[in-house]
Design a protein around this ligand. Structure first.
Ligand code: ZN
Ligand code: ZN
Length: 351
């Protein structure tokens, strides 16, 4: 077992604090990674505060990991010491089901192993995430960070990026399509960049008039204030795709009404019941599709990094000292981040 240092929550109401813990022994297919940067995702807060009632404490969050390879097992073929690599939301899966066989490990029929708060499939230990100096991961769940990509702003691509890229690709967004992006946080701002890079005409939907200028800065062609009935009426039946990144309950009906016939509304943020209820007629009369999507598989996670390198796409980040992680959580809860915090892991040494 290797000693690791990190930041953990010991209980739902304790702040994150330094922790020493043991990483599992490397296996023949494992890559050992020294972590340089780790993005901070809203999911991290949900786990640290046990919002979903499934957290095993202590929890070391973090699933937007960028680092360098320090050792490889005897079976590793794709990585060597010194490579810059990434690890996203999962570190293992059954590898044999039909989902895994097609590179869609996030939909593993036996359940993927999450990067933190997951259960290791071999020894039953609990996985610890990237708010740490090191991590050990099977090479199948490691991706290469292209040289052209800035490693700091690459970190959030591993969750926020792939979460928005995957559905846009799966549903075939292409040049000339009209895409609406609902929400303009970590996910939304990446969704805008990808939809633009795919050639779409992109509209950001925001609830507040005061955010229109910011939405334009994100690169949107148009902005619709969703609380303005007149603007929503003008947007009716004109969109091919709607990328919905909102993580809290919201009325889907006005947005469905913005889709053209055969249009698709993709949920990537909402994990609870839809409320107020859906008017099924909004789907039936126009053959519209309401869909959901979860991160992306390992081949597609590599693809999105390469796509970002080729198109000069980066995430807008604010780098933080890990000693300020609790303050960062408070700011995120208030929506006060443009658009993703990334922890500089060098600061862990001083913690
Ligand atoms: Zn995440
Ligand atoms: Zn599987």
């Amino acid at each position: 077992m290797a000693n690791a240092k990190g930041y953990a929550a010991e209980s739902a109401d304790s702040e994150l604090a330094p922790i020493s813990f043991e990483r599992r022994e490397p296996r023949p297919d494992d890559v050992s990674i020294e972590i340089d940067y780790c993005g901070v995702c809203h999911t991290d807060i949900h786990f640290a505060e046990n919002d979903w009632g499934v957290t095993q404490f202590p929890v070391v969050p973090g699933h937007e990991i960028i680092g360098r390879v320090t050792a490889v097992g005897s079976d590793v073929t794709d990585y060597k010491v010194g490579d810059t690599v990434g690890v996203g939301c999962m570190v293992d899966s059954c590898r044999t089901c039909s989902a895994c066989e097609t590179g869609l490990e996030q939909y593993c029929q036996d359940g993927m192993t999450a990067t933190y708060n997951g259960e290791d499939r071999h020894d039953g230990s609990i996985t610890y995430g990237g708010y740490s100096d090191s991590v050990i991961v099977s090479e199948r769940f490691v991706v290469k960070v292209p040289e052209k990509l800035d490693p700091v702003s690459a970190a959030p691509i591993l969750c926020a990026g792939i979460t928005t890229y995957s559905p846009l690709r799966h549903y075939g967004v292409k040049a000339g399509d009209k895409v609406g992006v609902i929400g303009m946080g970590g996910l939304g701002h990446m969704g805008v960049k990808f939809a633009k890079a795919l050639g779409a005409e992109v509209t950001i939907f925001t609830r507040s008039e005061s955010k229109v200028a910011e939405a334009k800065q994100q690169g949107a062609d148009h902005v619709v204030v969703s609380t303005d009935d007149r603007q929503m009426e003008a947007a009716a039946e004109s969109f091919d795709f709607m990328l919905d990144t909102v993580p809290v309950q919201h009325d889907l009906n006005p947005y469905l009404n913005c889709l053209t016939f055969d249009g698709t509304h993709i949920l990537v943020g909402l994990l609870e019941s839809v409320a107020p209820p859906l008017e099924a007629g909004n789907l039936v009369f126009k053959r519209r599709v309401l869909a959901g999507s979860l991160i992306g598989g390992m081949p597609e996670t590599q693809e999105v990094l390469d796509f970002c390198a080729d198109h000069g796409i980066t995430c807008d980040v604010e780098m933080i000292d890990i000693r300020n992680i609790n303050e960062a959580y408070e700011r995120m809860k208030k929506g006060d981040v443009k658009y993703r915090f990334v922890i500089d892991m060098k600061t862990l040494k001083a913690a």
